[in-house]
Write a new protein. Structure first.
Length: 258
């Protein structure tokens, strides 16, 4: 959106253009003058014509604030410097319309950090700086400082946002790792519990089997004792009968002898 002059063919990158050191000296001298005077002198309703600077000095400030564009095509070096023609009032409205159109065309987000919106806003601000610098270099330099502070603020916001996102991702990964470790621990405990339950079931089965075997053994022993006792009683009865059969005749003979 910044207006530039028509591209010109140059034979050297320093041809027909002031060096960065020369431009910086002019800007420093102007900034020093502004600070000594307590700020830029702005006369309302009056064109200051570059704030008392020569055309060359104004162009130097413009080229420092908005550096020329250079590119190489084949063996030729082309340069395009910022336009130094004063703007008309209607150009501000055209710039606003152009900004709205490009924001819609490039689908810039209205909220949050949006690189597209930032790029277009900076371009628009550079064009306003160009227009104001031509009329009053002091206002242009002041707008340039505001622009730099604006970009620093955006960079700080973006750094804070990226830091918060990085922290969130880090915490999310830590939480995920912690969740995986907890899931593994739960699985291990569950497997251990299942093994303990299995061992308990096996032991209960063994106890039940032993109790059943012991009961069978007790029943067998009890039956054997009962059978042995019955057999002994039968033997005793037989012996008693035999004894009675032997003793009875002797008693009868003794009684008859008397």
């Amino acid at each position: 959106m910044v207006k530039y002059e028509k591209p010109i063919l140059v034979t050297s990158r320093n041809d027909n253009i002031m060096t960065a050191e020369q431009r910086a000296k002019i800007v420093k001298r102007r900034l020093k003058s502004i600070n000594c005077q307590g700020g830029p002198r702005i006369v309302v309703g009056k064109d200051t014509g570059g704030g008392g600077l020569t055309k060359k000095e104004t162009e130097a400030i413009l080229q420092l604030l908005i550096p020329p564009i250079e590119w190489v095509e084949g063996e030729n070096i082309w340069r395009q410097t910022v336009c130094t023609i004063p703007s008309e009032p209607h150009e501000v409205i055209e710039l606003e319309n152009m900004l709205d159109t490009r924001l819609k065309q490039r689908r810039a987000r209205e909220n949050g950090i949006c690189p597209v919106r930032r790029e277009l806003m900076v371009q628009c601000l550079d064009e306003l700086i160009r227009q104001e610098t031509i009329h009053c270099a002091d206002r242009g330099l002041l707008l340039f400082q505001i622009r730099n502070e604006y970009l620093k603020t955006l960079d700080a916001y973006q750094a804070a946002y990226e830091s918060s996102v990085s922290y969130k991702v880090k915490k999310s990964l830590q939480t995920e790792v912690s969740d995986r470790e907890m899931d593994k621990e739960i699985l291990d405990i569950t497997n251990e519990l299942e093994q303990i339950e299995k061992d308990i079931a096996d032991m209960e089965e063994q106890v039940e089997s032993e109790e059943k075997r012991f009961a069978q053994q007790m029943a067998h022993d009890e039956k054997k004792r009962s059978d042995d006792l019955e057999t002994q009683w039968k033997i005793m009865a037989q012996l008693k009968n035999q004894l009675m059969n032997i003793v009875a005749p002797r008693k009868q003979q003794h009684a008859e002898g008397e």
